[in-house]
Design a binder for this molecule. Structure first.
Ligand code: ZN
Length: 411
């Protein structure tokens, strides 16, 4: 157990926060520190073809140890941490035999990780937890995934009696800013399918995510002295308000769950003359997703008709539901499910209310479901990871490697 703890801590104490405002890849130079470290470590444990490309993508191979033809599979995790919360000076704390009570993260600032708010904690009573000191995120998202993949590869190298095909591993920068898959060289990776180790609690297995689009609504008004504005002034802020009110009021993030889609405005900037409304559209169902975009267009047309071409609407698709790409190769989900059961982990299969690197990779020709990495409360100071969950994730990787070889050999 100590080994995976040490490995995990050695990663999270390296600051790898990504930056959405940067245009370079990786978006922050500090991600190179972890990338280069991983290259060294992968070589040290005996991986082959270890490489890092000019964009900071780390790849390596564990060669096959069987004579059978086995499909090449891959495991992927991301190196960056979220720009939403401080990722500098991460000081992880290991709590052994968690007693199920409040955990004081920071006495000075009275920051407490409590099972009263975070009910999931209760299920880890008696286990070893890694928590923050309350001033930063932890970075289990997704350094737990990296630690699990590296540990699983090391285990397979040390246990040649476990037969497996060729396995590729990939560590990407900039997932948290939506660019992890962007410069991923699928051809160079050369796997038939892969798994991202980037889910949350133990058991999670995901192959369905949102269809996603970004929306920018620009509204032009007409500013006139308010005392003499009758019949002349057009207040762009009020039209923005009208626009928002013409959408179905219950289809918003705070009133939806499961496979229910929504519209969400996350920014409004305006004055009388100009207002810009920015938002997102999300739906698991592709037809409903398209219908949502059509509704936005219809409202824009209606308001343009009423006020005289005041609105320009820009919509851009961001990613799609990977289910469409996974269903034709569903055995890759079944192998993961069997692997979890073999590791004694009951699978929790549910649609992701978001996207993953895997959804983009699936559309780039690398079908890529998502598996739990074990952490909770991502992107904030309450983030924690149970060490036993990391160990189970490691075991799941080993089992997937074994099962893929066995099934192909028809054993
Ligand atoms: Zn992640």
């Amino acid at each position: 157990m100590q080994k995976i703890i040490d490995r995990f801590i050695s990663y999270v104490t390296i600051d790898t926060q990504s930056d959405p405002k940067s245009t370079s890849t990786p978006s922050t130079a500090k991600q190179w520190i972890l990338a280069n470290r991983l290259v060294e470590e992968l070589r040290d444990i005996g991986m082959q073809d270890v490489s890092v490309d000019e964009n900071g993508y780390v790849m390596a191979t564990l060669p096959s140890n069987t004579d059978h033809e086995v499909p090449v599979i891959g495991f992927i995790a991301h190196m960056d941490t979220s720009p939403d919360f401080n990722g500098t000076n991460v000081r992880p704390r290991v709590i052994e035999k968690y007693d199920g009570k409040d955990i004081v993260l920071n006495e000075e600032e009275n920051i407490v990780l409590s099972p009263r708010y975070f009910e999931d904690l209760v299920q880890y009573k008696g286990q070893t937890l890694i928590v923050t000191d309350g001033t930063s995120l932890l970075g289990a998202d997704d350094k737990a995934g990296i630690a699990e993949i590296v540990t699983a590869m090391e285990y397979l190298i040390g246990h040649p009696e476990i037969k497996h095909g060729k396995i590729r591993v990939g560590f990407t920068p900039d997932e948290e800013i939506g660019r992890g898959a962007g410069k991923f060289n699928v051809e160079k990776f050369g796997a038939e399918w892969a798994y991202t180790m980037d889910g949350s609690q133990i058991g999670e297995l995901e192959y369905e995510n949102f269809n996603a689009a970004g929306v920018t609504i620009r509204i032009k008004g007409k500013s006139v002295h308010p005392g003499y504005a009758k019949g002349k002034m057009v207040n762009s802020m009020l039209i923005a308000n009208k626009f928002a009110n013409m959408l179905p009021p219950k289809e918003i993030p705070q009133r939806t769950e499961g496979t229910e889609g929504f519209f969400h405005f996350h920014s409004i900037k305006g004055d009388v003359e100009n207002t810009v409304l920015e938002g997102i559209v999300r739906d698991h169902d592709f037809d409903k997703f398209e219908a949502r975009k059509e509704l936005l267009q219809k409202i824009a047309n209606e308001l343009n008709f009423r006020y005289g071409n005041v609105i320009t609407l820009e919509m851009e698709d961001q990613y799609y539901n990977m289910r469409e790409k996974i269903e034709p190769v569903f055995h890759i989900v079944e192998i993961a499910e069997q692997a979890m059961k073999a590791a004694g982990v009951p699978p929790i299969i549910k649609p992701i209310r978001g996207g993953t690197d895997g959804s983009q990779l699936s559309y780039m020709g690398l079908p890529c479901p998502n598996i739990f990495a074990g952490g909770h409360n991502f992107h904030g100071k309450y983030e924690y990871v149970p060490v036993q969950s990391m160990q189970k994730a490691t075991e799941v990787i080993v089992q997937i490697a074994r099962l893929t070889a066995e099934q192909q050999a028809g054993l």
